[in-house]
Write a protein that binds this ligand. Structure first.
Ligand code: URP
Length: 365
C-alpha cells in the first residue's frame, strides 16, 4: 500500500494517459467537467507560504425562471486551521468543515485512555468551540468543527461530535457520530458512545447542512436520514487509512450525493501518526505503533454525479467548491428518487425485521 510517495490518483492518470484517453477516463470517473475557480493570487501565495495545497472548482446548475442561483462556497481541509481558514476567507468560502477529531492525533487505535481523553472538551463552550466562534465571526463563515466531546452535564460521557457554528459566531448546535467502527485498529468504542441525537440538519444562511461523521458513510440509511430531514450539503469528516478503505472512498460519498439529490463533502486526514507505545487489535498483526497511512484525497460530489478531483494524498490542503444548491432540486425533478422511494414500505418491513421473533421472507421451493 502506497504512502506519501504516491501523490494522487489524478497525478498518476495525468502522467500516464494520452490526452484523449485522459479526457474519457475523467468523464467516466468524475462526471461532467467542472470549471476551475479563478481564486485570488494572494490566496495561492499564502497557501504556498504556509505549505498547503489549494484547489477550487464550481458546480453549476441550469438557470431557472423563478429562483435565483443559490451559490455557496464550501471547503474541506486539514491541519493548521487558522492559516487555512484565512486563505479560505480570501477565496470567499461560506461554510468550512475540518477533518474528524481535528484537534488531536487519531489515538483511538491505542486503547490507552490518558493522555488522549484529555483532548475531550465541551461542545458548547470548550476552548476549540470558542476559537472557532472567533473564526466564524471574523470571516462571516459557518464553521463545522468535529471534536471529541466531553458532556459534563451527563456524567462526563464522551462523544465524537461535530459542532456547527453559525457565521454570526453563535453555536447553532451539535451532531454526534451515530456509528462506531469495530474494524482493524479503529478501537473507538473504547472512548465514546454511539450518538444519540439522530440526524439533525442545520439551517444556515448559506443552505441546510448536516454532518455524517466518518464510519457513518458506510451506512446508506444514515445519509438517507439527513437527506430526509432536508440536508442540501452533507459533510463527511473522516480519518481513514489506505489499507482499509481507499477503494471505498471515491464511491461512498459520491454515491450518497447521487442517491440523495444533495452535495457531499468527503474530508480525510493526511500522513502517518506514530504513538509512544505499541498496541495490537486482536487481528493477528504484530504489535505496532502507527495506524497506517491516512490518504487524504478529500473531494466534493454533486447530485448529478459530477465530482471534483481529490486533494493530494500526502499534503495538507484546502479544497474550495462553489455549489449552486438549485442543482439538488433540478436533479430531483429529473430522477425523482425521493418521489419514487417506497419509504412507507421500507419502514413497515424494517419495523418487523428488528423484532426478536422476525424471520426473513425467503421463498423456497
Ligand atoms: N474514523 C473512523 O470512523 N474510521 C473508520 C474507518 C473507516 O470508516 O474507513
Amino acid at each position: 500500500m502506497a504512502g506519501a510517495e504516491w501523490k494522487s490518483l489524478e497525478e498518476c492518470l495525468e502522467k500516464h494517459l494520452p490526452l484523449p484517453d485522459l479526457q474519457e477516463v475523467k468523464r467516466v470517473l468524475y462526471g461532467k467537467e467542472l470549471r476551475k475557480l479563478d481564486l485570488p493570487r494572494e490566496a495561492f501565495e499564502a497557501a504556498s507560504r504556509e505549505d498547503f495545497e489549494l484547489q477550487g472548482y464550481a458546480f453549476e446548475a441550469a438557470e431557472e425562471q423563478l429562483r435565483r442561483p443559490r451559490i455557496v462556497h464550501v471547503s474541506a481541509l486539514h491541519r493548521r486551521i487558522k492559516a487555512i481558514v484565512e486563505v479560505a476567507a480570501m477565496c470567499g468560502v461560506n461554510i468550512i468543515c475540518f477533518q474528524e477529531a481535528w484537534t488531536m492525533p487519531f489515538a483511538f487505535c491505542t486503547r490507552e485512555k490518558l493522555p488522549w481523553t484529555e483532548f475531550a472538551e465541551s461542545a458548547e463552550d470548550g476552548p476549540t468551540t470558542r476559537f472557532c466562534q472567533k473564526l466564524a465571526k471574523n470571516h462571516d463563515m459557518v464553521v463545522v468543527s468535529p471534536i471529541l466531546e466531553r458532556d459534563s452535564e451527563h456524567g462526563d460521557v464522551l462523544w465524537n461530535t461535530a459542532v456547527v457554528i453559525s457565521n454570526s459566531g453563535a453555536v447553532l448546535g451539535k451532531t454526534r457520530k451515530n456509528h462506531i467502527p469495530r474494524v482493524g485498529d479503529f478501537n473507538e468504542s473504547t472512548y465514546y458512545m454511539e450518538g444519540n441525537l439522530g440526524h439533525p440538519v442545520f439551517q444556515t444562511q448559506f443552505g441546510r447542512i448536516a454532518v455524517n461523521i466518518c464510519y457513518g458513510r458506510h451506512h446508506p440509511l444514515n445519509w438517507l436520514m439527513y437527506s430526509i430531514n432536508g440536508a442540501e450539503i452533507i459533510f463527511n469528516p473522516s480519518a481513514t487509512i489506505g489499507a482499509l478503505s481507499e477503494s471505498l472512498w471515491p464511491i461512498e460519498a459520491r454515491n450518497a450525493a447521487i442517491a440523495n439529490h444533495c452535495f457531499t463533502c468527503a474530508i480525510n486526514r493526511v500522513g502517518t501518526e506514530h504513538f509512544p507505545n505499541e498496541f495490537t487489535s486482536g487481528d493477528g498483526k504484530k504489535a505496532h505503533q502507527d495506524f497506517g497511512y491516512f490518504y487524504g484525497s478529500s473531494y466534493v460530489a454533486a447530485p448529478d454525479s459530477s465530482r471534483t478531483p481529490g486533494l493530494s494524498r500526502s499534503r495538507d490542503g484546502l479544497l474550495v467548491a462553489k455549489l449552486d444548491l438549485n442543482l439538488c432540486q433540478q436533479v430531483n425533478d429529473v430522477w425523482n428518487f425521493k418521489m419514487t422511494g417506497r419509504y412507507e414500505m421500507y419502514a413497515r418491513e424494517l419495523a418487523e425485521a428488528v423484532k426478536s421473533n422476525y424471520s426473513p421472507t425467503i421463498v423456497k421451493e
